[in-house]
Design a protein around this ligand. Structure first.
Ligand code: ASP
Ligand code: MG
Length: 415
């Protein structure tokens, strides 16, 4: 017997039919003898609908009241799923985040979980009940309802699983698991049976949208195995786990990408100690996060300072920098708001050379200019023109034979 936390996303509980289907999935796990705690999202589209209601009524909805509103979506799901289970003669009890005692900080609409109480869950499990919990929400120190940011039900599930020391946290969604890259873009993308926590963190932060970032951080911190799988089909999905549990070791695991990038270059800046700090402080003051950074010294003893930001921040950055450029007498600001970031991720990079050269050659052979590069121990990111992203991803995917079984790919590097 194992203790399993299952989370069902919005599309998995998107209709009453789907709700029945989920109830049957839960029953399957019960029939295998497991104790089951279920975390549910709002029915598909419901959170968006509630946000639209709020925005239609108020130009700037009060954040406390917005949380009171948004948390209702998950409350509907939990009650309906429990009814379905009870009807099928599997006793179930539903609870909101505040009923369970999911304590968060007070940052409304983007709260962080501080503590999860387990008493009620344990009591109900002991009675043989399925415990159904509303995802995405908690309660702060003032007793106000909070929500955890978009996609937050993933984090609810992982936090509950960690608090209960569950054997596995299963995240049911509408994709079969984690792929080598987005199969919507590259149909040859392959489903990964395993991925390490570290790789999953990189994949998520670099643009893969399957799990909420905080849920991956939390799982990794607590070494909690997370399985991502589809509620629409029967596969075993992808297990996010420790590196040493992964048998089919590969050099690289996948390619993540993000189109929402902009690149900004300020050139001819006087070369002075501390100048880089002054440039970033300008941007930091506007509360904007800088992602990649590169700097060159020119023959004229000035520097060219280039960096990327999220595309939606780009007008603000430009404004902050224009004034600064005039003040320090920089020559020009060049920008391109239509770039994308393509990242290759793999723990194998730690122990193998030649990954970057293979990646850059693949892009070069496609005639795709690389505008910027950053690397870390297990990833290489490049900035390319947005129009060349798809071709770039495909070329790199092919160069590393990510569409093939790992065994075939290994041959490439055993030389
Ligand atoms: N219903 C919330 C959202 O749409 C939370 C979640 O589904 O994880 O973002
Ligand atoms: Mg989600």
């Amino acid at each position: 017997m194992a203790l399993i936390v299952q989370k069902y996303g919005g599309s998995s509980v998107g209709s009453l039919d789907r709700m029945h289907h989920v109830a049957n999935k839960v029953i399957q796990a019960k029939e295998q003898g497991h104790e089951v705690v279920v975390v549910v999202s709002a029915m598909y589209g419901e959170t968006d609908r509630l946000i639209r209601l709020a925005n239609a009524l108020s130009t700037q909805p009060d954040s406390r009241e917005l949380d009171a509103l948004l948390s209702t979506g998950e409350q509907v799901s939990m009650a309906l799923l429990s009814m379905a289970l009870n009807d099928k003669r599997y006793p179930a009890r539903s609870f909101t985040g505040s009923q369970i005692g999911i304590h968060t900080d007070s940052i409304h609409n983007n709260a962080r979980i501080l503590e999860v109480k387990t008493e009620i869950i344990t009591r109900e499990l002991k009675k043989g009940h399925v415990v159904v919990i509303a995802g995405f929400q908690g309660i702060n120190e003032h007793g106000d309802i909070t929500t955890l940011g978009r996609g937050g039900s993933d984090t609810t599930a992982v936090a509950i699983a960690a608090a209960l020391k569950a054997d596995e946290c299963q995240i049911y969604t509408d994709v079969d698991g984690i792929y080598t890259t987005d199969p919507h873009l590259i149909p040859e993308a392959r489903l990964l049976s395993h991925i390490s926590f570290e790789e999953m963190l990189e994949m998520t932060s670099l643009g893969a949208k399957v799990l909420q970032m905080r849920s991956v951080e939390l799982a990794s911190k607590h070494s909690l195995p997370v399985r991502v799988l589809s509620s629409f089909s029967d596969g075993t999905g992808t297990l996010v786990t420790f590196e040493d549990k992964i048998m089919d070791k590969r050099l690289v695991s996948g390619i993540a990408f993000s189109r929402e990038e902009a690149i900004i270059s300020i050139s001819g800046v006087p070369k002075q100690i501390g100048m880089e700090g002054r440039i970033l402080a300008k941007i930091g003051h506007a509360n904007i996060e800088v992602d990649m950074i590169a700097q060159n010294t020119t023959a004229q003893d000035t520097i060219d300072f280039t960096f990327t930001v999220q595309r939606r921040e780009y007008p603000k950055v430009l404004k902050a920098l224009e004034e600064f450029a005039t003040d320090v007498g920089a020559i020009a600001i060049k920008t391109n708001a239509k770039v994308a970031k393509l990242s290759l991720i793999g723990i194998g990079m730690r122990s193998h050379t030649g990954v970057a050269s293979t990646m850059f050659k693949a892009l070069g052979d496609e005639g795709i200019p690389i505008q910027m590069i950053t690397t870390s121990e297990i990833k290489i990111s490049v900035v390319v023109d947005e129009t060349q992203l798809e071709r770039g991803v495909r070329a790199v995917h092919q160069a590393f034979e990510l569409d093939k079984e790992p065994a075939a790919m290994q041959k490439l590097f055993v030389e």
